[in-house]
Design a protein around this ligand. Structure first.
Ligand SMILES: [Cu+2]
Length: 106
């Protein structure tokens, strides 16, 4: 019985996340050495991207289709929920050679 009492909250969480929608995930995308790290392959609408700038330069994470434009001063983070599915190319406004693509599934 004591085992059950201790496990109940965990059980509840498992049941809740297992019913219907998958829980939103959070991914960190780091900029270091003037490069974006590789975006995760399994991105879905509702997930959160945390852009992290580890450089000593200011960068941005800017969508080519203008759907987002995150300003990232040195050593800062910006949080961005993913609103829609599709492939979005992004770049840094200050360093156009810095590029990447988010591939978002529904
Ligand atoms: Cu940059």
């Amino acid at each position: 019985m004591r085992w059950l009492m201790k496990s109940l909250p965990l059980l509840f969480v498992l049941l809740w996340t297992g019913s219907g929608f998958a829980a939103a995930a959070e991914y960190q995308l780091t900029i270091a050495g003037m490069k974006f790290s590789a975006p995760p392959a399994e991105l879905h609408v509702g997930d959160m991207i945390v852009w992290r700038n580890d450089d000593i330069f200011r960068h941005t994470a800017t969508a080519r289709d203008k759907s987002f434009d995150i300003d990232l001063p040195p050593k800062s983070e910006g949080r961005m929920p993913i609103g829609r599915a599709g492939a979005v190319d992004f770049y840094c406004r200050f360093h156009p050679a810095m590029t990447g693509t988010l591939d978002v599934r529904p």
